[in-house]
Design a protein around this ligand. Structure first.
Ligand code: SAM
Length: 310
């Protein structure tokens, strides 16, 4: 395998600890990527154990397929958006699983391949679609959305304080020339950003447009809404996120499932009868060790949360 296409998996020991693998269990890896987490899970499964691996990126499916081929029929790879995980499993005749893993974000090879447009560090077409089935590229969004919508995207998906100035600069530049490349987008951001703030602003704006292009938060919410129903009693969910917007969605979702009672606090007992569906296993969010961050700098913003279904 081309070494440039390697993705170093994050928080592997912690994923295995919280999944608490049952050797004859059925697992879903909803973000197969390079297949490294699946490889570790498969290595702990016996002859009756099984993994269904999902990814919506053709390249990920090809790379993971090569990595996992020695496991024979213990795994099945399906090209799908994880927002459809329930339908995918039902089509496979699976109504409950022992564990689900979601490792959000992009694989290193998606970032490192320049014609995919994910990185401000490399020149290429401004695409940023993880799945080729996604209709609009990042460039389409930058060329078509209104100034106020672009500002909303930079502010809400990138937490960028200078969102208005950047959106205004995008609209001004696109009137002169269609925005097609990472270089153009980078130049526009840099033209209205103080030198010392450039790197962080670029990272935030690229993140914002990537989230908008791939509907990342909508897909995550859709997945969360199905996830607990898919777990068998005692089944576990493990989610790794890479930015605060995702982590907030996950944290709020787990808290609601663990404490669903909606009764006013002054009532002496519960009348809504909403019962907890899960136990949260990670009271404190799990983050990588300094050693892991040193070995893999892309792990530095990862955050893991997990729960067990009652
Ligand atoms: C961080 S990587 C996963 C790496 C993987 N755990 C490994 O060990 O190599 C995230 C993967 O999730 C995929 N992905 C992101 N959003 C998705 C979605 N909505 N549906 C399916 N796959 C998605 C990306 O294409 C990418 O390959």
């Amino acid at each position: 395998m081309n070494k440039n296409l390697l993705h170093i998996p994050v928080l592997v020991d912690q994923v295995l600890k919280y999944l608490e693998i049952n050797p004859s269990g059925t697992y879903v890896d909803c973000t197969l990527g390079g297949g490294s987490h699946s490889y570790q899970i498969l290595s702990r499964l016996g002859k009756d154990g099984k993994i269904i691996g999902l990814d919506w990126d053709d390249q990920a499916i090809e790379i993971a397929g090569q990595k996992l081929q020695s496991f024979g029929d213990k795994y099945k790879i399906i090209k799908s958006n994880f927002a459809s995980v329930k339908d995918v499993l039902l089509a496979e005749g699976i109504s409950g699983v022992n564990g689900i893993l979601l490792d959000l974000g992009t694989s290193s090879f998606q970032i490192d391949i320049h014609d995919r447009g994910f990185s401000y560090l490399a020149e290429g077409p401004l695409d940023m679609r993880m799945s080729r089935e996604t209709k609009r590229t990042a460039a389409d969004i930058l060329n078509a959305e209104s100034q106020s919508q672009l500002s909303w995207i930079f502010k809400n998906y990138g937490e960028e304080r200078r969102s208005n100035a950047i959106a205004r600069a995008v609209v001004k530049k696109r009137q002169q020339k269609v925005i097609e490349t990472t270089k153009q987008f980078t130049n526009i951001i840099e033209s209205v950003t103080p030198f010392v703030k450039r790197i962080k602003t670029l990272a935030r704006c690229y993140q914002a447009v990537r989230i908008a292009t791939n509907f990342e938060l909508e897909n995550l919410q859709c997945f969360l809404d199905q996830s607990i129903d898919l777990l068998l009693p005692g089944g576990r969910l493990v989610i790794i996120s890479f930015h605060s917007l995702e982590d907030r969605l996950v944290k709020n979702f787990l808290n609601r499932q663990a404490n669903p009672c909606e009764c006013p606090s002054e009532l002496p007992y519960c009348v809504c009868n909403k019962k907890p569906t899960i136990k949260i296993l990670t009271r404190k969010v799990v983050t990588p060790s300094n050693e892991e961050i040193q070995h893999n700098s892309r792990s530095r913003s990862s955050k893991l949360r997990s729960c067990e279904k009652f």
